[in-house]
Ligand binder design. Sequence first.
Ligand SMILES: CCCCCCC/C=C/C(=O)SCCNC(=O)CCNC(=O)[C@H](O)C(C)(C)COP(=O)(O)OP(=O)(O)OC[C@H]1O[C@@H](n2cnc3c(N)ncnc32)[C@H](O)[C@@H]1OP(=O)(O)O
Length: 302
Amino acid sequence: MALAVGIRGLTRSLLRPWVRVPGPARGRTEPAAGGGDGVRCFGSPRVLVEPDPAAGFAVMKMRNPPVNSLSLEFLTELLISLEKLESDKAFHAIILTSDCPGIFSAGLDLMEMCGRDPTHYAEYWKAVQELWLRFYLSHLVVISAINGVNAAGGCLLALSCDYRVLADNPKYAMGLNETLLGIIAPFWFKDTLVNTVGHRTAERALQLGLLFPPAEALQVGMVDKVVPEDQVLSAARSELAQWLAIPGHARQLTKSLMRKPTADRLLKERDADIQNFVRFISRDAIQKALRVYLEKLKQKKT
Ligand SMILES: CCCCCCC/C=C/C(=O)SCCNC(=O)CCNC(=O)[C@H](O)C(C)(C)COP(=O)(O)OP(=O)(O)OC[C@H]1O[C@@H](n2cnc3c(N)ncnc32)[C@H](O)[C@@H]1OP(=O)(O)O
């Protein structure tokens, strides 16, 4: 099985960096995220980046409709956008949000984990690992402005940020609900949750696959602030000011001090974790459970 799938190689083969943005933003100058004028949005088909270099940050909007499920292509585009912002000295922060109404992210794309071959599973899992590592350890301040429901892998992405603002809508529940699908959140999903909400809350949440509505998410510390829906982005921007006022090197080293031990656990066992995932997801019983879950999602419409 080819485990040595290079995300950078994958990246190059999938898309040219900074393809013109399709859809409404294509080829026109939009007001920048922070209100500045004349700054061109950039991105890729599934990720729209609205830069405000004068204010030192960019808003990264996920737009992989209908539910921002984290497909291999989408993961790759998120990574490219992050890399581009990280390598530009004008940017110190990102606000991560969704362009899909009512949905932050439905988590990992179940179609990537169903009915595919082991090589694909390995490639996909490596990309999931990479996304987590890169967001979790980013030297940029990353704030998520969670404007929709946010399940499993999507919740992991938000938990990897430095601060979370959630829109106050009872439908916008978030959590690591893997057990409801008959699957298991890997140790690094678990560690990220434990680091955020503590061991006892994480233990209960993970076993029961709890999705917390805003008031509860705030109460357990899964998010840092709950605000009216139309204020999620402005609240994230206001919060950013406090983070950007701290000397960058001191904040970055402190972030690394807090997070590196957790990331190192995965880095040390990365290939074993991939093999474990491939073995697990290839089991007939797991494939059946995922198919049943997908079928239920489709049936709820009829
Ligand atoms: C040792 C290792 C173990 C393995 C570890 C694996 C870790 C896994 C992590 C994960 O992230 S698994 C994914 C978990 N996600 C969910 O449980 C969310 C599922 N989705 C929903 O609950 C709902 O879709 C929603 C997000 C609440 C949105 O509801 P809404 O009514 O607005 O839309 P739907 O009609 O349900 O969906 C539209 C469309 O999208 C498809 N879809 C939904 N979620 C996913 C997904 N995660 N992956 C792929 N596709 C998804 C859904 O089937 C619909 O498709 P169509 O019927 O339109 O074809």
